[in-house]
Design a protein around this ligand. Structure first.
Ligand code: PBG
Length: 330
């Protein structure tokens, strides 16, 4: 054996628990989590979502309890999504502009009961349209960009007036961030943030979410003319550059785990706050593996969330947020 072999043993710092903790390069805390919640009509209602086992839609009164739970767990922010009743969906998604829609009622109720929690709202028309697309559709099924953006601006103002702290456009229309920013400034919402879903891919991982907001059965065709092609990475950097130039405060990459390369590239190129959305299909994959006896939920949840931090995320939207925060508190 060579005398100096091995000069450096990387296992040395791994040998004891105190040392592993001391050398940890990244740490996950409840402050890294954004909890997506689904709102539904009625009172006292909890509706489990079959394709998202463990996740439910809550009526406005019930979602207030979830907000208190989040606050108590140290989760800084909630993301809200409405399950709009079928008879309130239309081709133009006009319900998105109703100041008394589900989203606005949930915002006001949570703001009143838990004033200190951050409230992020999704901007896109798909929970409100009869065809399940994120915007206005022409006779050939193409989603019209500029006409849609006009509605998204109004939708954003509607949410800001109801108390949203973070406007998160998830529609992937061109130019929407700039016009939303200008409208927010004009109306005095100078501290209302924009988290742009900048690099949002046309993904097979959104299925359970579409069940949750009731748009899966309605969706005609797919979203490939506006969401990004999974082949592309350079294009994600161009999307991010545009959204930042238009006034986004932070950017999001979505889905999460299959796109960690994009998170890392965006962080490196722009040095801005980057978030990732561990989407519904990713959640469902973990739960399916657990149900099959193939995985340890707690370990898998914490490992995947830590991976987002390692890749450069400031935070993660995850349906496991409350569970993860409980694990981290233990
Ligand atoms: C709506 C929207 C979607 C998601 C978040 N906002 C679905 C879609 O674009 O079809 C997906 C989130 C998830 O799958 O958890 N524009």
């Amino acid at each position: 054996m060579h005398a100096a072999f091995p000069a450096l043993r990387l296992r040395r710092t791994r040998a004891a628990a105190w040392s592993r903790r001391l050398h940890a390069e990244n740490v996950l805390t409840p402050a890294d989590l954004i909890w997506p919640l689904f709102v539904t009509d009625g009172a006292g209602v909890e509706e489990p979502i079959a394709t998202l086992p463990g996740v439910s839609r809550w009526s406005v009164d019930m979602i207030v309890h979830r907000a208190k739970e989040a606050r108590d767990l140290g989760i800084p922010c909630l993301a809200l999504f409405p399950n709009t009743p079928r008879d309130r969906r239309s081709d133009d998604g006009a319900e998105a502009l109703n100041p008394d829609n589900l989203m606005c009622r949930a915002l006001r109720a949570i703001r009143e009961a838990v004033p200190e929690i951050g409230l992020l709202t999704d901007v896109a028309l798909d929970p409100y349209t009869a065809h399940g697309h994120d915007g206005l559709v022409d006779d050939r099924g193409y989603v019209r960009n500029d006409a849609t953006v006009e509605l998204l601006v109004e939708q954003s103002l509607n949410q800001a007036r109801a108390g949203a702290d973070v406007i998160a456009p998830s529609d992937m229309m061109d130019g929407r961030v700039g016009l939303i920013r200008a409208a927010l400034e004009r109306e005095g919402f100078v501290n209302t943030q924009i988290m742009a879903y900048a690099a949002k891919y046309a993904s097979a991982f959104y299925g359970p979410f579409r069940d949750a907001v009731g748009s899966r059965g309605l969706l005609k065709g797919d979203k490939t003319t506006y969401q990004m092609d999974p082949s592309n990475a350079e294009e994600a950097l161009r999307e991010v550059a545009l959204d930042l130039a238009e006034g986004a405060d932070s950017v999001m990459v979505k889905p999460g785990l299959p796109y960690l390369d994009i998170v890392a590239k965006v962080k490196q190129a722009f040095a801005v706050p980057v978030f990732a959305y561990q989407v519904s299909g990713e959640y469902a994959m973990i739960e399916a593996a657990v149900a099959a006896g193939a995985a340890d939920r707690d370990a898998m949840v914490l490992e995947t969330l830590l991976a987002f931090k390692r890749a450069g995320c400031s935070g993660v939207l995850t349906y496991h947020a409350a569970h993860a925060a409980r694990l981290l508190a233990a």
